[in-house]
Design a protein around this ligand. Structure first.
Ligand SMILES: *Cc1c(COP(=O)(O)O)cnc(C)c1O
Length: 376
């Protein structure tokens, strides 16, 4: 608790510090490459015969996804707090790579905890992190995946609190993390809102984003929260279908998705009747986590946002559609959001607008997609 109290105080102070905010914005511009583009997906919209689809291009951000927006903000905060070391957790390796990237940029020591199962299936990202100067520490406990890596990162943080900041990768964990990560990701929605107004003269009818822990989606939704006419739609991982039990749809499967506490967050958690954390599955590693960011549970209770899911097959189909019709290779996570747009667009008028967050690029997923196509 003292560590969280210290972090919250430092964060509140930093956000009121003009020099801190200016440095963050300067690096977003000159290092991350913001603002990222908003692209009218003309051919895909025509092909679907309904709403106009616009893509917010987080795939064009440095290191290939939105994760750097948050990693950069937290690394700057760590420096401001006088910490010279950051620890991070990673599942697929994307947040580990973003953390290693900003640590190299700012001269911080970086240790990334990663389950040994994940290390075996994400070798290129393990190598990337090492190239960037980070130490990757294997975690051999539990299911040897993301949730076990988070346990170890938290242990390291509380043991080395004087020198170390825990750079958490999604809108999850104990307060102030969900708020802080949302704020650092809210640049996505602020830019997209201004860009769509400039390009079309009006707000979108619906905003769609995939939801793992919930950071890219909350980052998009936040700027539209007061625009009552803009529908907000989050897409979870439906895996092999809800009935199969192999999915990560915390809201999509009331039989196992119930209120619980995991890693300091009270929210919807996939669990068995005893409260043991359920195993999850998704073709996209970034959506494969048992809990959802608490602000999403709140938006859902309010009725402000709706949540649905896309299956592995629907995501793969969306992946190849976007490749062929727009010349964009999306991340498999982002493909879940595209899959929802593919379902909705044909039922909408031609002047309706769907804004889809393309959270990352798909280069990291080529092996997975190749294997899926081969199996088919
Ligand atoms: C990590 C990741 C996600 C899922 O994380 P959120 O916190 O829900 O955004 C989605 N897309 C990409 C490309 C990712 O790397």
């Amino acid at each position: 608790m003292p560590a969280l109290g210290e972090l919250e105080a430092a964060y509140v102070e930093a956000m009121g510090d003009a020099a801190f905010v200016a440095e963050y914005e300067r690096l977003l511009r000159t290092y991350v490459g913001r603002p990222t583009a908003l692209t009218h997906a003309r051919r895909m919209s025509e092909h679907l015969g309904g709403a106009q689809i616009y893509l917010k291009r987080e795939d064009l951000a440095h290191s290939g996804a939105h994760k750097i927006n948050n990693a950069l903000g937290q690394a700057l905060l760590a420096k401001l707090m006088g910490k010279r070391r950051v620890v991070a957790e990673t599942g697929a390796g994307q947040h580990g790579v973003a953390s290693a990237t900003v640590a190299a940029l700012l001269g911080l020591e970086c240790v990334v905890y990663m389950g040994t199962v994940d290390m075996a299936r994400q070798q290129p990202n393990v190598f990337r992190m090492k190239l960037l100067g980070a130490e990757v520490r294997p975690v051999d406990a539990g299911t040897r995946t993301l949730k076990d890596a988070i346990n170890e990162a938290i242990r390291d943080w509380v043991t080395n609190i004087n020198t170390t900041h825990y750079l958490l990768g999604s809108a999850l964990g104990p307060h102030p993390y969900p708020t802080m990560v949302r704020d650092f990701q809210s640049i996505i929605g602020r830019e997209a809102r201004a860009q769509i107004l400039e390009m079309t003269g009006r707000l979108p009818d619906q905003c769609i984003a995939c939801v793992g822990g919930g950071s890219n989606s909350i980052g998009l939704f936040h700027a539209f929260r007061d625009d009552a006419d803009v529908e907000l739609i989050g897409v979870e991982a439906g895996g092999e279908g809800i009935a199969s039990g192999k999915h990560a749809a915390r809201f999509g499967d009331p039989a196992v998705g119930r209120l619980g506490v995991l890693h300091g967050t009270k929210t919807f958690v996939l669990q068995d009747p005893d409260g043991q954390i359920a195993e999850t599955h998704s073709i996209s590693a970034g959506l494969d986590y048992a809990a959802i960011g608490p602000e999403h549970a709140y938006l859902r209770d309010l009725g402000r946002a709706q949540y649905t899911y896309a299956t592995d097959d629907e995501a793969l189909n969306a992946f190849s559609t976007l490749c062929k019709l727009e010349g964009i290779i999306p991340a498999l996570e982002s493909s879940h959001a595209v899959a929802e747009a593919i379902k909705r667009a044909p039922q909408m008028k031609k002047d309706a607008i769907l804004l889809v967050n393309l959270s990352g690029r798909g280069d990291k997923d080529l092996d997975t997609v190749m294997k899926a196509i081969r199996d088919e």
